[in-house]
Design a protein around this ligand. Structure first.
Ligand SMILES: [Zn+2]
Length: 65
């Protein structure tokens, strides 16, 4: 499947059977929105680690340097 790292956009073999059309749609989504598209062999969206929260917490902790 193709999926967007920035929003809920995604396409899998169920919603778009043609791999060529999936690639084309992913490129169009990137061009239109500037979002980053990733792809996975699996049919479900992989879990993306919540690194944003981790960085946010780290920024709040005073540096001991
Ligand atoms: Zn997107």
């Amino acid at each position: 499947m193709k999926y967007c790292l920035d929003c809920d956009w995604h396409l899998n073999a169920v919603s778009e059977p043609s791999q060529h059309d999936r690639s084309q749609a992913a490129i169009e989504h990137h061009v239109e929105t500037g979002h980053a598209i990733d792809s996975s062999e699996s049919i479900v969206r992989p879990t993306i680690p919540d690194i944003t929260g981790e960085i946010f917490v780290r920024d709040l902790v005073p540096s001991s340097d």
